[in-house]
Design a protein around this ligand. Structure first.
Ligand code: CTP
Ligand code: MG
Length: 239
């Protein structure tokens, strides 16, 4: 198996609040991005990691990852490129650095630093078994309502309740045949189609995406409370 991992890490982290870009904020004294890259490098299938860094922080991110020993860790090589204005653009720019002889590409949010290697390996395996797109996902705890958008401050009318048992909350790494992912990113850029995840692009252009079990520790650090939870998970692991 020959897999590369693309890591969008160029976001500001607005919802986390003021401070450094989210990928550079620390968890257990180590930047979130370093945790995420280590989690990918732990997989024997991953031979290349391409990080999309904040455009003004490319050199800083390269140094940071090299200092963490991730330049050459266990046969995994590292490339850092400048990210784009959206997550989708950051993924497209990083994907351009993946050589054509790579069969499988994973796309993993820097903001999911604690993903267990078992999830990474399960995604790679499902792509190797022939899937056009693979997403790790977990069942929902909350009931989900669809609402009608109205003026801010007014109560939002509910228009429907999808059956919870059929819903999944989707995580990363998502996995794809490299050529397929490159193709749907090029098409999406050409017609200015935006999705909130990479699998959404494969779906849009007619590919069949499948779900494998995700993990509760693969949650995304989005809001301040998520950092509290991530610190607790890390402390439990180190205990
Ligand atoms: N991302 C990126 N390039 C962008 C925007 C986001 O590479 N222009 C990355 C983020 O760095 C993150 C991942 O996409 O690792 C998931 O996005 P999200 O959690 O929304 O992170 P941010 O966009 O940084 O956060 P926020 O939306 O709160 O500003
Ligand atoms: Mg965002």
């Amino acid at each position: 198996l020959n897999a590369a991992a693309v890591v969008p890490a160029a976001g500001r982290g607005e919802r986390l609040g003021p401070g450094a870009p989210k990928a550079l904020r620390e968890l257990g004294g180590v930047p979130i991005l370093v945790h995420a890259v280590r989690a990918l490098a732990r997989s024997r299938a991953v031979s290349l990691v391409v990080v999309a860094a904040p455009p003004e922080g490319v050199a800083e991110v390269r140094t940071l990852l090299e200092d963490a020993g991730l330049g050459t860790l266990e046969g995994t090589s590292l490339t850092v490129v400048a990210g784009g204005a959206t997550r989708q653009e950051s993924v497209r720019l990083a994907l351009a650095e993946v050589p054509e002889d790579v069969d499988i590409v994973l796309v993993h949010d820097a903001a999911r630093p604690l993903v267990p290697v078992e999830v990474v390996d399960a995604v790679v395996r499902a792509v190797a078994d022939g899937a056009e797109g693979v997403v790790p996902a977990v069942p929902l705890a909350d009931t989900v309502k669809q609402i009608e958008p109205v003026a801010p401050g007014r109560p939002e009318p509910v228009v429907g309740t999808p059956e919870r048992a059929l819903l999944r909350a989707v995580q990363t790494p998502q996995g794809f045949p490299r050529a397929r992912l490159a193709d749907v990113h090029a098409k999406a850029a050409a017609e200015e189609f935006e999705a909130t995840d990479d699998a959404g692009l494969v779906e849009r252009f007619g590919g069949q995406v499948v779900v494998v079990p995700g993990h509760e520790e693969a949650f995304k650090v989005t809001r301040p409370l998520d950092l509290v939870l991530a610190e607790a998970v890390l402390a439990r692991r180190r205990a």
